[in-house]
Write a protein that binds this ligand. Sequence first.
Ligand SMILES: [Zn+2]
Length: 268
Amino acid sequence: MALVAASSAPAAAAEPIEIFDAHLHYNWEPKPYYQLDEVLALFKKHRVTGILATSRPNTGTHALMDARHEGLQVVPFIRPYRVRADIQSWFGDPVIFDLVQDEFKRGYYRGIGEFHLSGKSAENEWVKKTVDFAVANDLYLHAHADDEAVEILMRHNPKARIIWAHTGFGLSSDRVTAMLSKYPKLWGELSYRGGITDGSGKLTPEWRGLFERYPDRFLLGSDTWINERWASYGDIMATYRAWLGQLSPAIAAQIAHGNARALFAAGR
Ligand SMILES: [Zn+2]
């Protein structure tokens, strides 16, 4: 069998491009969808070599950090949610700000998020405190927010560094361009982002243009917010690789892992 397998393998099969998954939830409610050894094997199988790890509650992130798995860079972010319902109210809840400060004491966190904000809900004083806390402690923010809320976050503290979960979903590419050009410390994460490819899987001219103009401003993510996303993890990565393969190798490498590696380089 080994002989057959060897002879039928392509002569020089290139390894798939490494991916840094910059939007990952390893939720633990009360147990994860995949056990720790299974999830680590899943990353290896799909050549995911780095993750922006969050979890609700933060237990899952602790477990990933404690695993110290070789070949996987884990970049932990503080999730400001205890339970799902906190999505709706965290921005006005001082208890959540306490949670963030307490969790930060673990000493290894690089950011706060993913959190959800829509429009003027970002104006809340507890949101401003969170942004200021992030800036004071050299933390990134991971915001699932519309463009109005992103602008309010930037106004709270112009030194904020924001990873923009979903990059506005269906927001026009012109508006995305305007946001990236106005805010040099804004990076677009691309899970659930519409318009990148057409119906046949080909990169659209608008998005090819965005990637070529801002090659250092985009990140990939799985957004494993529900079990179905874990079940289709391999498909999500394959879909990314299919359009990355249509870009120049240098730009593809930046988006696939280079940008995340640069943002989360060791030492700060
Ligand atoms: Zn998410």
